[in-house]
Structures are given as C-alpha cells and as structure tokens.
Design a protein. Structure first.
Length: 137
C-alpha cells in the first residue's frame, strides 16, 4: 500500500483494494467524526449510524455477490470435470476396441507365419526327397 504525505503531514493510504476513492473518503470522514465524538464526550457513540448501516449493507451485498460468483465458478469447474471424465471414458472404450482389433490381427499374423513355416518345411522335405538342389535367393 503506497503512502503519501498530505498537506497536514499525515500519511494516508493512496489505494485500498475494493474501495473507491469516494468510499475511502467517506469511511475516513466517518472514522474521524467518531474519533472526535469519542474524544469529546468520553463515550463511544457512532457519529453517522445510517452511514454505518449503508456500509454494512454494502459489505453484505459484496459478500453475497462474491459467494455467488465462487459458486458459479465451482459449478463451471464441476461441469468441465464431468465433460473431461466422459471424454476419458470414451477414449478408454476406443482404446479397448483398438487393442482388441490389434490382438485379433496378431493372432491372424501368427497363423499366417505358422502356415508359411509349415509350407517352408514341407517344401524342403519334398526337395530333399526328390533330390533337387535348394537355391537360396
């Protein structure tokens, strides 16, 4: 919080988060008036009860709006998480289908390799039986 000296030599904050300059000025005036009343009479009385009531309502309204915004953000996050979950479930199903297809293809490829291996052994046996020389390509 930045401080600057005013004409009276007091250090005053130049920025308050959440308060406009007019609101800060009104709060400062209210506090100053309250301090003067307390200092003068010795009893703690509120200088501007209606102004305190208005500020109280303003604070409550700001809290309600903030809580509603947080609630909406939580709802949006919940919906996004639900969408992500559904997408991941679909992806998992697709991956299972692909894996099943690949397993079937592996079985087909193994069967083809076994047939080729069997054909190769049969061809070698026949070439030995007929006495034909084997050629390597």
């Amino acid at each position: 919080m930045a401080l600057e000296q005013n004409w009276a030599g007091a250090n005053l904050p130049t920025a308050f988060p959440g308060l406009s300059e007019a609101q800060f000025g009104t709060v400062a005036e209210d506090r100053l008036a309250t301090a003067i009343v307390v200092k003068g009479s010795g009893t703690a009385t509120v200088a501007f009860p209606l102004l305190d009531l208005v500020f109280g309502f303003e604070i409550v309204l700001a809290l309600v709006v903030t809580l509603m915004a947080m609630n909406l953000a939580a709802d949006r996050e919940r919906l996004r998480a639900q969408g992500d979950f559904e997408m991941h479930v679909k992806l998992e199903e697709e991956l299972r289908a692909v894996m099943t297809h690949l397993e079937v293809q592996d079985e087909v490829m193994l069967e083809i390799i076994q047939r080729l291996d069997h054909s190769d052994r049969e061809l070698r046996r026949l070439t030995r039986r007929l006495g034909v020389e084997e050629r390597t390509f």
